[in-house]
Design a protein around this ligand. Structure first.
Ligand code: ZN
Ligand code: ZN
Length: 413
């Protein structure tokens, strides 16, 4: 009897435990399935919302583009005369793109053009204005296969022909038929077929438009730096604390060079330090700049490379005086038409100094520049010091003329 009772009890307990176990498993399954379902729903929901936003954004932009017929754009009429006008929205011809401008950046060249009222090679008024931009494609013309509406792109300001003597030698920056494009300070911009084919790059999702728009000036800086044939550890003096001088400081320091930045203003000195300059010489005196820069080298022998990024003859001459025997000078800043400099031929010959003067960029360098921005190593954000709407453009340029501490302002149309 007891045995039977004990057995019954044990069997009963086992059954209860089984039931409990099954029950527990079921509850856990249900919980698990429920959790998965919720997560899936959340996931699907999130994707749907993002798609709707994306489609919505594209649709809104396309609708704006199709419905409006006209858009707001900055037109340069002459010296210090920019007007925001209603002009026809461009349409994409064969091989062309229409891009909704996400951000257009102010640039030293635009400031020069604003002051002078024209640019011999790039812009003859009245004309659309602005050349550093990134945005979203809203229309792709017939025959365009690489891009479609909704693509985020940076379209460079120029493209080489690809067939002339210079293009054939890989010196596309010197192309006999360099095609320039302007019109970034506007709601929409037409990208000519040659720039679509050769110099329009896709912007990775994680890169903000205003950072991608830095591709053009950064390409100039990377080109000028590489053309000076630097080696890691070289002492590199960079004259000038404007946007390109500061970019050069950053590029050289990222490449492992020891940078001496020669600047005039407090804001520039601070920016140069933040961007990696090992030493900053802040002075308006050329003699002091040469002396102090040499003092940062062993036995005052001079720097390995001196890069001039101002574009005035005094600074060109200054660069030659601070480089060591066998060193390289790069006259990177373009001076006004007709400018001449006076150089010590003895010093250049007997010290075996290499003189270079790098201009513009090539398609390969532009790709390198965007990669550098996308890598996160390049502090793109440090170069955008202001934001303004298109209708504030005149005020922005007036401010830039008065030597403010702004580096670049992002114009958002
Ligand atoms: Zn520029
Ligand atoms: Zn060419």
């Amino acid at each position: 009897m007891p045995k039977t009772v004990k057995g019954a009890i044990e069997r009963g307990r086992a059954t209860v435990e089984d039931v409990l176990e099954v029950g527990r498993t079921t509850v856990e399954d249900v919980l698990q399935v429920g959790r998965n379902t919720v997560e899936e729903v959340l996931h699907v929901g999130r994707n749907t919302v993002e798609e709707v936003i994306q489609v919505g954004r594209n649709t809104v932009e396309s609708a704006r583009w199709i419905a409006k017929g006209t858009m707001q754009a900055a037109i340069l009429h002459g010296r210090e005369d920019i007007r925001i006008e209603q002009v026809p929205v461009p349409e994409a011809g064969k091989g062309e793109l229409i891009v909704r401008v996400g951000a257009a950046l102010t640039c030293g060249t635009d400031l020069k053009v604003f002051r002078r009222g024209y640019h011999a090679r790039m812009i003859i008024p009245p004309a659309l204005f602005g050349h550093e931009l990134a945005g979203t494609v809203v229309q792709a013309g017939e025959g365009v296969v690489d891009f479609t509406a909704g693509d985020r792109v940076v379209a460079l300001n120029s493209a080489p022909c690809g067939v002339c003597y210079f293009c054939a030698r890989g010196q596309e920056n010197l192309c006999d038929d360099l095609l320039f494009n302007n019109g970034a300070y506007a709601e929409f911009i037409r990208i000519p077929a040659r720039i679509v084919a050769k110099n329009t790059l896709r912007v990775p999702d994680h890169v903000p438009m205003e950072h991608a728009a830095l591709t053009e000036p950064l390409a100039c800086a990377v080109h000028g730096f590489e053309d000076s044939h630097p080696h890691p550890g070289d002492k590199v003096a960079i004259i000038g604390g404007g946007p390109l001088g500061l970019m050069m400081v950053h590029v050289a320091s990222l490449a492992g060079c020891e940078v001496i930045a020669i600047v005039r203003h407090d804001g520039q000195a601070e920016a140069a330090r933040q961007l990696g300059a090992a030493q900053v010489v802040q002075t308006k005196s050329i003699r002091k700049a040469i002396k102090d820069t040499r003092a940062f080298t062993e036995k005052d022998r001079g720097v390995d490379i001196a890069i001039e990024a101002v574009g005035v003859p005094e600074a060109w001459e200054e660069a030659v005086e601070m480089v060591r025997k066998g060193g390289t000078v790069n006259f990177f800043g373009g001076c006004a038409l007709g400018t001449r400099v006076s150089l010590d031929t003895n010093r250049i010959h007997y010290s075996d100094i290499t003189l270079r003067a790098t201009f513009h960029h090539t398609p390969a360098i532009c790709r390198k520049a965007l990669e550098l921005i996308a890598s996160g190593r390049f502090q793109a954000g440090a170069f955008i010091t202001g934001r303004a709407h298109l209708y504030e453009l005149n005020r922005v340029f007036e401010k830039l003329m008065n030597r403010s501490s702004e580096i670049k302002t992002a114009i958002v149309p």
